[in-house]
Design a protein around this ligand. Structure first.
Ligand SMILES: [Zn+2]
Length: 297
């Protein structure tokens, strides 16, 4: 279990060290701090950022052997991947694993894997979206994992990410998040977070009996299709099977294309306010997730 403490930087600092656009969160990028000094832990790195890091660098999460700190919202476009406005900086969340010499290296890497797992789940991404800093730019980072320090290689790290199942974190009164391990369930156990990403689509496909791949293909771009999370919506023309099945279920016209009409029919079906808009996150999606979990959608 690793606790995530929020120490979000001020708007003024954010303005100086991010691109200011909205990160669609298509990837998670793993770094190691390169700082072996005693005390160079997650809290120290979070403080460095909130004090206005003098280097032109920024990252979302710092994690050590006992805890994690979040410095920027997931949607910030931080500067950590050395790829300019490339996907590393503009489409990924950065996780810095601390390597302070007074910390337990293996535990910090394990906590890093747990944090990455949590972020993948949160954004409806699969483990193939985990990147090294080195994947974006020829910098030797995360250096220790790349070198297999203490016998932990990159593929070991990815296996750790795959192996850990984390439940939805609860906001505690101090504004921190708890990640707890839970045993895998055979049924559907979606996070009821109102965010319709790949895992929600997959559960919907399962419930509606359409092919299960977590993707909604051939969708038009509109306010509804673009409000889903992760990469579950694949844009194009023609419409998707799962949406046809959904539309039939909720009484919308069955053209396979997500849009305000389908959203409104879904809201009516679920008994949530009917405005034809899926907010990020959405109460209608929350209710849908709740029903998918209980098998009564
Ligand atoms: Zn790096």
């Amino acid at each position: 279990m690793v606790q995530i403490k929020r120490k979000i930087v001020s708007k003024a600092v954010e303005k100086k060290v991010t691109y200011g656009g909205k990160n669609p969160v298509n990837y998670i990028t793993v770094h190691q701090t390169g700082n072996t000094s005693r005390g160079a832990n997650a809290e120290m790195h979070a403080k460095l950022q909130s004090n206005g890091n003098s280097r032109a660098a920024s990252w979302h999460y710092s994690v050590d052997d006992t805890e994690a700190y979040q410095s920027f919202e997931d949607t910030a476009q931080c500067w950590h991947s050395s790829d300019g406005k490339g996907p590393g900086n503009t489409q990924s969340i950065a996780v810095e694993i601390c390597i302070n010499s007074d910390g337990n290296y293996r535990k910090a890497v394990e906590n890093g894997a747990e944090l990455v797992r949590h972020l993948l789940d949160k954004h409806g991404l699969s483990v193939d979206r985990v990147r090294q800093h080195h994947d974006w730019y020829p910098k030797n980072c995360p250096a220790q994992i790349r070198a297999g320090k203490d016998g932990i290689t990159w593929s070991d790290f990815l296996n750790m990410v795959k192996g850990v199942k984390v439940s939805k974190p609860k906001e505690t009164q101090t504004g921190s998040e708890q990640i707890t391990k839970s045993s895998p369930s055979n049924g559907v156990s979606l996070d009821v977070d109102g965010k319709w990403g790949n895992s929600t689509t997959l559960a919907l496909q399962k419930a509606l009996g359409t092919p299960q791949d977590g993707f909604i293909s051939k969708q038009p771009r509109n306010s509804v299709s673009q409000s889903l999370y992760g990469n579950t919506v694949q844009f194009g023309s023609g419409g998707s099977n799962v949406i046809v099945a959904l539309q039939k279920k909720v009484g919308a016209s069955a053209d396979g294309k997500l849009g305000p009409g389908t959203a409104q029919a879904l809201q009516k079906y679920l008994g949530t306010p009917q405005d034809g808009v899926l907010s990020r996150p959405s109460t209608a999606v929350e209710e849908m997730q709740r029903r998918l979990n209980s098998g009564r959608f």
